[in-house]
Structures are given as structure tokens and as C-alpha cells.
Design a protein around this ligand. Structure first.
Ligand code: AP5
Length: 221
């Protein structure tokens, strides 16, 4: 099963990807996490990507496509994967279709999580992350038990540089899924719209219900 999570920045893709990938035993392939890791390690990719990420712009397709293709070729992705934040452009979508086809596979469903802009900005500017284990919190809607401390591993929580209000607004303006990208999956009968404004459990429920309807649902494999 190869699932794609689409949606503007901050709609809850990362939060849901962790939950759904774990429930279904899928590899969680997050382009944003991979790019931030490359920036932190100071790799060539990270140095090239940082300037775009700092401005809230998309990293060029040739960099992200090569990065995802490499990850898709690794053993842990062979039993299925959930893509979080990729594809975001038509070129990326076509590259993913081709990379899966080379392995005799195809995307199972594209799940589009949507929310209003004011809710998205509230989520982005109040987000806190654990750099040690990747857990995601929100200062109001999903606060940790002790302020600034990760519930899961005790790590010290931090905020992302690109969640500053000015960059968050720029990301929201520039990084909504383009209509042609949604159309690409709609015309294949794979696009499912999910209401991202519900609480986390309700969104997970709707995602799992949508996945259950796909031909590759776990019970029917
Ligand atoms: P990336 O890390 O992918 O950022 P994004 O798409 O902007 O998404 P976010 O991680 O900001 O949000 P999310 O939807 O995962 O929401 P989350 O679950 O954290 O990309 C970062 C950068 O890398 C991009 O700007 C770009 O430069 C580059 N990049 C990445 N992929 C690329 C690609 N394919 N091509 C080119 N460039 C690429 O939730 C947000 C907050 O809301 C959290 O605080 C959370 O606790 C809270 N929350 C979540 N769900 C709920 C809920 N249901 N109710 C209340 N609060 C909730």
C-alpha cells in the first residue's frame, strides 16, 4: 500500500502520518523531515535546500525527487509507504508515479487534508516539536504534560524557524496543493477529501475509513 498525504502546510499531515503509518506498518516518508535532517547535518542537499526553506518556498524538484527516489529504493519502503509532503508539484507527482511503476507498484490513494487559513496559521505558530523523537505538539490544542518537555522521551521541545508568522504566511500562500495536482489524483479515482478541522482522533478515523475503502486495504490484501 502506497498512500499520499496532501494538504497545505500545517493541516496536520505530519501528526496524522505518524499515527496512520504506525497503525498500518508503513514506512513514513516525510520530505520536510528529510530536508530538515539534511540541513542539520550540513549535507550538499541541506545547503542547497536551506535558502528555499528559510523563505517558505518549495525546494527545486530535481533535489526533492532524487531524495525521495533514493528513499523509496531502500528495503524498509518495499512493504509499503506513506508519503507526507510529497508530491507537491506535477513534476514530483509524475516522478513518483514512474518510480513506483518501475517497482511494479502504484499509489493506492491520495488523501487531501484541508482546513481554513486562520486555523492553519494558529496551528503553525503554536507548534512545538521534539528534536529527539519527532513528536509534534501544539501549545493550546495538543500541549505536552510539562511545558517544554516531550511526553514521549523527555527531550526539550523547540519551534521550527519556518513557523515564524511571516514565513508561515508565505508558506501558506505558496504551498497549497495546486489544482492540477489534485486533478491528477482525482482523475485516477484516488483523491479523497478529508476535513482537517476536526480533532486529531476524528481526522485519523476519517483517514482510516477512507483507506479501508481502497482496493489495497489490509484485510483484503
Ligand atoms: P514540511 O515539513 O513538509 O512542512 P509543511 O508541508 O509546511 O507541513 P508542516 O510540517 O508545516 O505541517 P503538517 O501538515 O505536517 O502539520 P502538523 O501535523 O505538524 O516542509 C517544510 C519545508 O520543506 C517546505 O516549506 C519546503 O521548503 C520544503 N519541502 C518539503 N517537502 C517538499 C517538496 N515535496 N517539494 C519541495 N519542497 C519541499 O500540525 C501542525 C500543528 O497543528 C501542530 O502543532 C499540531 O500539533 C497541530 N495539529 C495537528 N492536527 C491537529 C488537529 N486535528 N487539531 C488541532 N491541532 C492539530
Amino acid at each position: 500500500m502506497y498512500l499520499i498525504l496532501l494538504g497545505p502546510p500545517g493541516t496536520g499531515k505530519g501528526t496524522q502520518a505518524k499515527l496512520v503509518a504506525e497503525k498500518l506498518g508503513l514506512a513514513h516518508i516525510s520530505s520536510g523531515d528529510m530536508l530538515r535532517d539534511a540541513v542539520q547535518r550540513g549535507t550538499d542537499l541541506g545547503r542547497q535546500a536551506k535558502a528555499y526553506m528559510d523563505k517558505g518556498e518549495l525546494v527545486p524538484d530535481e533535489l526533492t525527487i532524487a531524495m525521495i527516489e533514493e528513499r523509496l529504493g531502500q528495503p524498509h519502503a518495499q512493504a509499503g509507504a506513506l508519503f507526507d509532503g510529497f508530491p507537491r508539484t506535477m513534476q514530483q507527482a509524475k516522478a513518483l508515479d514512474q518510480a513506483l511503476a518501475r517497482q511494479g507498484k502504484a499509489a493506492t490513494a491520495a488523501l487531501h487534508i484541508a482546513a481554513r487559513d486562520d486555523e492553519i496559521l494558529r496551528r503553525l505558530t503554536g507548534r512545538w516539536l521534539c528534536p529527539s523523537c519527532g513528536a509534534i505538539y501544539h501549545e493550546h490544542s495538543l500541549p505536552p504534560k510539562a511545558s517544554g518537555v516531550c511526553d514521549q522521551c523527555g527531550g526539550t521541545l523547540t519551534q521550527r524557524d519556518d513557523d515564524r508568522p511571516d514565513v508561515a504566511r508565505a508558506r501558506l500562500e505558496r504551498q497549497r496543493p495546486a489544482e492540477e495536482l489534485l486533478h491528477h489524483y482525482r482523475e485516477q479515482g484516488k483523491l479523497v477529501d478529508i476535513n482537517g478541522e476536526q480533532d486529531v482522533d476524528a481526522v485519523t478515523h476519517d483517514l482510516m475509513a477512507a483507506i479501508e475503502q481502497t482496493p489495497a486495504a489490509p484485510e483484503r490484501r
